[in-house]
Design a protein around this ligand. Structure first.
Ligand code: NAD
Length: 434
C-alpha cells in the first residue's frame, strides 16, 4: 500500500518506519527541513532502540522516503496518516494548530481519493472536523474518508511495542476505510479492535487517564505508607497479585511526566468541561501528580534545612528510562527548586543531556558518567530509573562521597541492598535507612 505519514516525531517516525518494514511504500513528510535532511541520511533524531537499523534497511530497499514537500509526499498515496503534535493549550485543551496546518497542506496538494488516518491524540469529534476542514480547502475534487488509529506505543520501547503491543484500535464510520486499515495493520500481528470513530478517539484518552490514575493512586498509597510505617513495595505486590488490579504500573515515585500523560489528562478534563461533565477523579489525579514532583525536594529540605552551597548529584533527567525526551520531566521542577535553594548541581543522564541542556537552567553542569556526577557530592538524587543507575552498586557511592546520602525518587534499590551497603538511603513510601 502507498502511504504518507505526516510528522516525523516519536509517533510519526516509528509508524512510518514500521509500516515500511511490513511491506508498504511509505513517504514521511515533515515541515522541519533540517530534520528531513537528517532522516534522509538514515540518522534518527530521536533515541529509540532498533529504530536506526529498521530505518537504514527500509531506506536502502526503497520502501521508505522522507520529504518536506507535501506535493511530492502525497503523490500516488492511498492512505495518509496524520501524526503531528497536539500539545497542551493554556486552558488545558489540546492545541490543534499543527493538525490544522497539516490539513491545509493536505487539501492544497491532494490529487487523488484518500483515507486520512489520525494517529495524533485528538479530542473526540476532531476526525469529523479534519474531514470538513480538508474538504473545505480542497483544490481538486477528490473523495476523502477518515479513520482514527490512536497510538499506544511507549517511548523507549516504541519499535518493540509496534510489533508486540496489546492491541490496535481502528475507528471509522466507513466500512471500506475500516477494511483497508485492518488489512494494513494485519502485518503487525496484533489483536485489532474495530470501533466507530468517536469511540476510538475516546479509547486513547481513557487509556492514558486510567494509567495516570494508577500512578497517582500508588503514589498516594506510598505517601501514606511512609507516614504509618508500611512498605509500599510489599503493599504494591500484595494488591497487584489481585488479577482485578494487576501488578503493572504500581511503582511509586515522583510522578508521571512526558509528552502524553500530563497533557492528555488535562485534555480529557477539558473535553469533560465542554460536555458540561466535571471529572473530579481526574482533576485530583493531576493535582496529586503535581504535588508528587515536590516530594523528593521536600524530603531533602526536611532532613537538611539549608542546602545552600551543597553539591547535589542528580542522576537521570529524562522523564522515564530509555528515552531522551525531556518533555514534562520531573527533573525540570526538581532542579529548579534545588537551584532556588542555592544548591550546586552536577547532573547525569545516559542519553538525555543534549535535550536537557535546552530546558534546564544554565547553572546545571553535566557529567559524562555516574562516577563523575557523584564525585565529591554531598547528596545524590535519583530521578529516572535507568538500568545503568539501578545497576550502579550502592557501595560504590562510598568511594566518591565523604558521607553517601541518597534520595531515590524511583525506588531503584531494595531496602536490603541499602541496609547492607551502609549508605544513608531515602526513597518513596518506604522507611529511610540511616
Ligand atoms: P513530536 O512533537 O515528537 O513530533 C511531531 C512532528 O510533527 C515534528 O517532527 C514536527 O516537525 C512535525 N510537524 C508539525 N507540524 C507539521 C506539519 N504541518 N506538517 C508536517 N509535519 C509537521 O510529537 P509525538 O510525540 O510524535 O506525538 C505526535 C502525536 O502522537 C501527539 O498527538 C501525541 O499526543 C500522540 N502520541 C504520542 C506518543 C508518544 O509517546 N510520544 C504516544 C502516543 C500518542
Amino acid at each position: 500500500m502507498e502511504i504518507s505519514v505526516i510528522g516525523t516525531g516519536y509517533v510519526g517516525l516509528v509508524t512510518g518506519v514500521c509500516l515500511a518494514h511490513i511491506g508498504n511504500e511509505v513517504t514521511c513528510i515533515d515541515i522541519d527541513k533540517e530534520k528531513v535532511n537528517t532522516l534522509k541520511k538514515g540518522i534518527s533524531p530521536i533515541y529509540e532502540e532498533g529504530l536506526t537499523e529498521l530505518m537504514e534497511e527500509n531506506i536502502k530497499n526503497g520502501k521508505l522516503n522522507f520529504t518536506s514537500d507535501y506535493k511530492e509526499g502525497l503523490q500516488g498515496k492511498k492512505v495518509v496518516y496524520i501524526a503531528v503534535g497536539t500539545p497542551q493549550s493554556d486552558d488545558g485543551s489540546a492545541d490543534l494548530t499543527f493538525v490544522n496546518r497539516a490539513c491545509e497542506s493536505i487539501a492544497q496538494n491532494l490529487e487523488d481519493d484518500v483515507i486520512i488516518v489520525t494517529k495524533s491524540t485528538v479530542p473526540v469529534g476532531t476526525n469529523e472536523y479534519i474531514k470538513q476542514k480538508i474538504e473545505m480547502d480542497l483544490k481538486k475534487e477528490v473523495n476523502i474518508k477518515i479513520a482514527s488509529n490512536p497510538e499506544f506505543l511507549r517511548q523507549g520501547s516504541a519499535v518493540y511495542d509496534t510489533f508486540n503491543g496489546d492491541r490496535i484500535v481502528i475507528g471509522s464510520d466507513d466500512e471500506h476505510a475500516l477494511e483497508l486499515l485492518e488489512k494494513i495493520n494485519e502485518g503487525f500481528g496484533l489483536p485489532i479492535l474495530k470501533t466507530d470513530l468517536r469511540s476510538a478517539e475516546m479509547i486513547k484518552y481513557a487509556s492514558n487517564a486510567f494509567l495516570a490514575t494508577k500512578i497517582s493512586f500508588i503514589n498516594e498509597m506510598a505517601n501514606l505508607s511512609e507516614k504509618i510505617g508500611a512498605n509500599i513495595d510489599l503493599v504494591a505486590k500484595g494488591i497487584g497479585m489481585d488479577k482485578r488490579i494487576g501488578e503493572n504500573f504500581l511503582n511509586a515515585g515522583i510522578g508521571y511526566g512526558g509528552s502524553c500523560f500530563p497533557k492528555d489528562t488535562r485534555a480529557i478534563i477539558s473535553i469533560g468541561k465542554q460536555a458540561d461533565y466535571p471529572m473530579p477523579i481526574l482533576e485530583n489525579v493531576v493535582d496529586a501528580n503535581e504535588r508528587q514532583r515536590d516530594i523528593l525536594v521536600d524530603k531533602v529540605l526536611n532532613s537538611y534545612k539549608d542546602i545552600h552551597g551543597k553539591r547535589i548529584a542528580v542522576l537521570g533527567l529524562a522523564f522515564k528510562p530509555n528515552t531522551d525526551d525531556m518533555r514534562e520531566a520531573p527533573s525540570i521542577s526538581v532542579t529548579e527548586k534545588l537551584l532556588e535553594h542555592g544548591a550546586i548541581i552536577s547532573a547525569y543522564d545516559p542519553v538525555a543531556i543534549d535535550n536537557a541542556k535546552k530546558v534546564l537552567s544554565s547553572k546545571v553542569t553535566y557529567a559524562t558518567g555516574i562516577e563523575e556526577a557523584i564525585d565529591g557530592a554531598d547528596l545524590v538524587l535519583i530521578l529516572t530509573e535507568w538500568a545503568e543507575i539501578k545497576r550502579f552498586p550502592l557501595e560504590n557511592y562510598k568511594a566518591y562521597m565523604a558521607k553517601p546520602i541518597i534520595f531515590d525518587g524511583r525506588n531503584c534499590h531494595s531496602l536490603e541492598a541499602a541496609r547492607a551497603s551502609g549508605v544513608e538511603y531515602h526513597s518513596i513510601g518506604r522507611p529511610s535507612i540511616k
